[in-house]
Design a binder for this molecule. Structure first.
Ligand SMILES: Cc1ncc(COP(=O)(O)O)c(C=O)c1O
Length: 362
């Protein structure tokens, strides 16, 4: 399914080698990382704490889990931390070891890869283009009447930027419970949503214990190199299994220190949200008026576009942009999307304007 030249957001070095453009000259619209960069507060505070790497982190990460618990308004005992949400996705595939899994897609490829590596079979529940990639809840609930060991939902979803509400998620967990199915929800992009409180499933932890919610700091906090992720679940057995089986100290002491500090910077959080909500609307409206691309509503910090010009493929659009130093995501490697979709994340306003002008003049 993978096309040779569909580069991922982290493939800057490969792009540099293929197109002969220095990676410093490339604006990366494909990595989905907040263009604000690190919060100034975090940068200043962390710089005074480099000595933390001379000691092991707290094996129980008590202060870190308390900081995350305050941020998410949830019980720190229901939180586990990991080396990015990537480690947590891998751990779920290893510890639950699902024989059968249902993934809501098109979506991020790591779920299928990890489940496959652990010997599981994956079915996709397809979000349809004819529904603008929005979930039809009743139809999905029908699909849940079959038992799956694991159901995977990315919310907001990468790459469609669609979102499922907390109320809908409540119904999904209830339906899944009837079949003894466990649900993994990846909320990597939830803080970018126009109204995160209407979307997050974290508050449902007090009601349902058949799900785990994963999050991280790579995107919203612009810290993908820190490798800090966390998960929230009310499932006591799963928490116990994680405590027993997870490698000790998988979050390093620098990331531990950062995680204790970063959630305090509410100015950074508010400024990011305000900027992203403005760009979600501005970029959607710009393409909605064009005859070249169809935009889908953005609930995350990126937008999916369908190429309407029959002469152009996603590889052509990628190539035209990268030649100007603008790296977008050719979505042809995602299931169901074929070669007519591209995705870009919101960078600085002037960069977004430049990218939109480039796309609209193709
Ligand atoms: C949906 C989704 N989940 C998880 C990740 C990986 O996040 P992390 O850096 O926290 O491991 C990504 C990265 O692109 C992603 O798009």
């Amino acid at each position: 399914m993978k096309k040779q030249n569909a580069f991922h957001g982290s493939d800057l070095e490969r792009v540099e080698a293929t197109y002969g453009i220095s990676k410093d000259q490339i604006i990366n619209f494909a990595a989905n990382v907040n263009p604000f960069g690190l919060s100034p507060f975090l940068k200043k505070e962390l710089a005074t704490r480099v000595d933390v790497i001379t000691r092991y982190p707290d094996r129980d990460y008590k202060a870190l889990r308390t900081s995350i618990g305050n941020y998410c308004h949830t019980n720190p005992d229901h939180i586990v931390v990991g080396n990015g949400s990537t480690e947590l996705i891998a751990m779920m595939a290893q510890f639950i070891k699902p024989k059968s899994a249902l993934i809501l897609g098109p979506t991020y490829s790591e779920y299928e890869r990890e489940i496959g590596l652990n010997g599981g079979n994956v079915d996709y529940y397809e979000l349809k283009e004819s529904d603008n990639f929005c979930l039809q809840l009743n139809d999905f609930k029908e699909a849940l009447r079959t038992h799956y060991d694991l159901i995977v939902i990315c919310n907001p979803n990468n790459p469609t930027s669609g979102a499922i509400s907390t109320a809908e998620m409540d119904e999904i967990f209830t339906e899944a419970k009837k079949q003894n199915s466990f649900v993994m929800v990846d909320e990597t992009y939830v803080e970018f949503a126009p109204d995160m409180e209407q979307i997050t499933c974290v508050p449902l932890t007090v009601k349902h214990d058949n799900f785990i919610c994963l999050r991280g700091v790579s995107k919203f906090y612009a810290a993908p190199g820190l490798r800090l992720g966390y998960a929230v679940t009310g499932n006591k057995d799963l928490l116990e299994t994680i405590h027993r089986k997870q490698n000790p100290w998988s979050v390093n002491s620098f990331a531990e220190a950062a995680g204790i500090l970063m959630y305090q910077d509410t100015d950074f959080q508010n400024a990011t949200k305000e900027f992203m909500h403005a760009e979600q609307t501005r970029c959607y409206d710009t393409f909605a008026k064009s005859h070249k691309f169809k935009p889908y509503k953005a609930n995350a910090n990126f937008i999916l576009l369908k190429i309407l010009d029959k002469e152009l493929t996603s590889a052509d659009v990628f190539e035209a942009c990268i030649k100007k130093g603008l790296m977008i995501r050719d979505c042809s490697s995602f299931p169901f999307l074929g070669d007519r979709f591209v995705r870009f994340c919101f960078m600085k306003a002037e960069d977004n304007t430049r990218l939109m002008e480039t796309l609209l003049h193709l």
